[in-house]
Design a protein around this ligand. Structure first.
Ligand code: NAD
Length: 311
């Protein structure tokens, strides 16, 4: 059995490998070859922590496993990451454990990869300006992975506290991209692709702020009650996700579904686009929305990739 610690996992996986793993598993999910099992998430009654499991099987790569972990809100006070997770992989033929992989960095990478997959398959080919809403832990990962998908020239960014944008400005400079702190009106008016990555519980972008042709990758909403964009943006948009049931219940789509303006049948698994079974964007004027809710199979896919690369 292999043990891969946090530093080793970080040193092995890059954006390209994470992208390939996540794109492949989304495709497998849409073909019915990969299945996520019901998620467990519980308060443990200690340290104010939330703990749970995300698991599944991908028969196309014979990957079976579980990500266990959660959120320990007081960790930062001790210099530790609040989100903690570990992936265990098993032999699907025998159930024997094959690997245990530290999952903190991998979670950030697989989330950024999902957003990048959506940009690759749904953003306009001529997209030049990338918008980022949010500047927390996850934002720099999103920026790096997203930037590789188009010939982006500049980044326009907004965060509740503008001073936190400094880190994103540094990443943009490293990537050779221009960077500008903007209002949300300016962001909507200038960005060709927008990534939202906040823990917000109300719409930060209104329908009137979004231009035809924009691609939105909404990555922050992964729980009932969270929200980043006005659900009216979805009216007339082409809406995609990793897992439709999850999008309708805990993703950005929950608000449109609850308002009765979106049916779960209208939410297209992005794997169908990857497999060539859905056209994805149909014109340069389509607004496309990717509701990235985050599934366990993404974690298993990147962990499996790390194990394979570790040799
Ligand atoms: P973080 O705590 O480091 O950063 C939070 C960000 O949200 C900051 O930019 C903060 O300014 C912003 N924010 C919070 N409340 C806000 C409000 N009311 N108005 C405007 N902005 C607000 O978190 P992170 O690790 O960067 O994660 C961001 C979000 O992404 C979280 O909601 C997290 O649960 C989610 N997430 C989703 C996935 C997925 O697969 N979809 C994976 C990882 C994280």
């Amino acid at each position: 059995m292999k043990f891969i610690d946090e530093d080793t996992a970080r040193s092995i996986i890059g954006d390209t490998e994470a992208f390939a793993a996540v794109e492949s598993v989304f495709a497998g999910m849409a073909r019915g070859e990969a299945r996520n099992f019901p998620v467990v998430r519980e308060a443990i009654g200690h340290a104010d922590a939330l703990y749970g499991f995300k698991s599944g099987i991908d028969k196309s790569t014979m990957t079976l496993g579980v990500k266990a972990g959660g959120y320990w809100p007081h960790n930062a006070e001790h210099g530790l990451t609040n989100h903690q997770s570990t992936v265990a992989l098993f032999d699907p033929d025998t159930g024997q454990p094959t690997a245990m992989v530290s999952g903190n960095h991998l979670t950030a990478m697989r989330t950024a990869a999902a957003c990048a997959v959506s940009i690759r398959h749904l953003a306009r080919a001529d997209a030049k300006t990338l918008g980022i809403v949010g500047a927390g832990h996850q934002a720099a990962f999103q920026l790096r992975a997203a930037a590789a998908q188009r010939d982006f020239q500049r980044v326009v960014a907004w965060n509740r506290s503008a001073d936190k944008l400094e880190g994103l400005a540094e990443v943009a400079a490293e990537l050779g991209l221009g960077f500008e702190r903007v209002t949300r009106d300016q962001l909507g008016a200038q960005a060709d692709a927008i990534v939202t990555i906040t823990a917000c519980h109300e719409a930060l972008l209104e329908a009137s702020q979004i231009r035809p042709g924009t691609h939105l990758a909404c990555m922050g909403t992964d729980t009932a009650g969270k929200q980043e964009i006005d659900h009216r943006i979805l009216d007339g948009a082409r809406v995609f996700t990793d897992e439709p049931i999850q999008a309708a219940e805990i993703g950005e789509c929950q608000h449109a579904v609850n308002a009765g303006t979106l049916s779960i049948d209208d939410i297209i698994p992005i794997g169908r686009v990857i497999n060539g079974d859905s056209p994805g964007r149909t014109s340069d004027r389509d607004i496309t929305v990717f509701d990235g809710t985050g599934v366990g199979l993404q974690d298993l896919a990147v962990a499996r990739r790390v194990v394979d690369l570790a040799g």
